[in-house]
Design a protein around this ligand. Structure first.
Ligand SMILES: *Cc1c(COP(=O)(O)O)cnc(C)c1O
Length: 235
C-alpha cells in the first residue's frame, strides 16, 4: 500500500508540475512519519523516499536510534536519510534536535533561533533552518507574523551557526484545497521579497508548504518541499 501510495503521489506531483511548467525534480516529497511504525518508515524508504519529517523530537530520536540499531545492512543508513523537523520545537529539546535533523522547518521565534545557533556551534555544525510563518494569522498557530518577518530575519544576522534557507507554513485545515491557494501565494511573495532584499543565506529560499489535503495546489504555487503523511501512509 505504501509503495502504491508513493507511486500515486509522484504522479500527482508530476502532473501538478506539468500544469505550471515546473521540473518535478525540483519538488522534494517529505514523508511525514510521525506516529508511524519503523516498519512503515522502512517501507517508504524502500520505495525511494529519502526525506522523512517528524513533528516531535522525542519520537524522532527514538526512531533514529532504532535505525542505528537495525539498519546496518538495510538500503539506507540513518545518515543517508534527510531528517526534517516540522513541528514546534521547545528550547529544552534543541540540543537533541540539532544532533539529528538536517533541516528544521519550524523555527518560530528569535529566541529559538539563538538557542539553535548556540547548540549547533557546540557541535561545530551549521544548522539549516526554515522560518515558520503564521500566514493565516490563526491564533492557535506558531510562526512569525508575515509583517514582522523582515525585521526578525535581520535579528538573525549575527548567528553564524545557522543558515536561513527559506520559509515554511501550515495552511488552515480545509477540505477544499483552493482555500489554501491564497496562503501559498502569500508565502511565495514573502520569500521572493526576502530574496530580493538579500536577507537570507540560500537564494532562492526553499518554500515548505502543502500537506495531503493541498499539496498539488502548493506545487502550482511554487512549493519546493511538500510534507505528506496520510497520502503516503493511509488509504
Ligand atoms: C502532520 C503534519 C503534516 C502531514 O499532514 P498530512 O495531512 O497527514 O499530510 C505536515 N506538516 C506538519 C507540520 C504536520 O504536523
Amino acid at each position: 500500500m505504501i509503495r502504491d501510495n508513493i507511486f500515486k503521489v509522484r504522479n500527482l506531483v508530476s502532473e501538478a508540475c506539468a500544469r505550471v511548467g515546473r521540473d518535478p525534480g525540483g519538488v522534494t516529497v517529505v514523508a511525514v512519519t510521525k506516529t508511524r511504525t519503523l516498519r512503515e518508515v522502512e517501507e517508504a524508504l524502500e520505495a525511494g523516499i529519502s526525506d522523512i519529517g517528524e513533528n516531535r523530537v522525542q519520537e524522532a530520536v527514538l526512531k533514529y536510534r532504532q535505525f542505528l540499531g537495525v539498519r546496518h545492512n538495510a538500503p539506507a543508513a540513518p545518515g543517508d536519510i534527510n531528517w526534517h523537523l516540522i513541528g514546534h520545537l521547545q528550547t529544552n529539546k534543541v540540543k537533541e534536535a540539532v544532533a539529528i535533523f538536517g533541516l528544521i522547518h519550524s523555527v518560530d521565534s528569535l529566541r529559538l533561533a539563538q538557542k539553535i545557533d548556540r547548540e549547533a556551534g557546540r557541535i561545530k555544525k551549521i544548522q539549516k533552518i526554515l522560518l515558520e510563518v503564521n500566514i493565516s494569522e490563526e491564533t492557535s498557530k506558531y510562526g512569525f507574523a508575515a509583517g514582522e518577518l523582515n525585521n526578525s530575519i535581520k535579528g538573525l544576522s549575527g548567528l553564524s551557526n545557522i543558515r536561513v534557507c527559506g520559509l515554511m507554513t501550515v495552511a488552515p485545515i480545509t477540505d477544499n484545497p483552493e482555500r489554501s491557494r491564497g496562503y501559498f501565494k502569500a508565502l511565495k511573495e514573502l520569500r521572493d521579497n526576502i530574496d530580493a532584499l538579500g536577507l537570507t543565506d540560500c537564494r532562492p529560499g526553499i518554500l515548505s508548504m502543502g500537506m495531503t489535503g493541498d499539496f498539488e495546489v502548493a506545487i502550482e504555487e511554487g512549493a519546493d518541499m511538500v510534507r505528506l503523511g496520510r497520502a503516503i501512509f493511509e488509504g
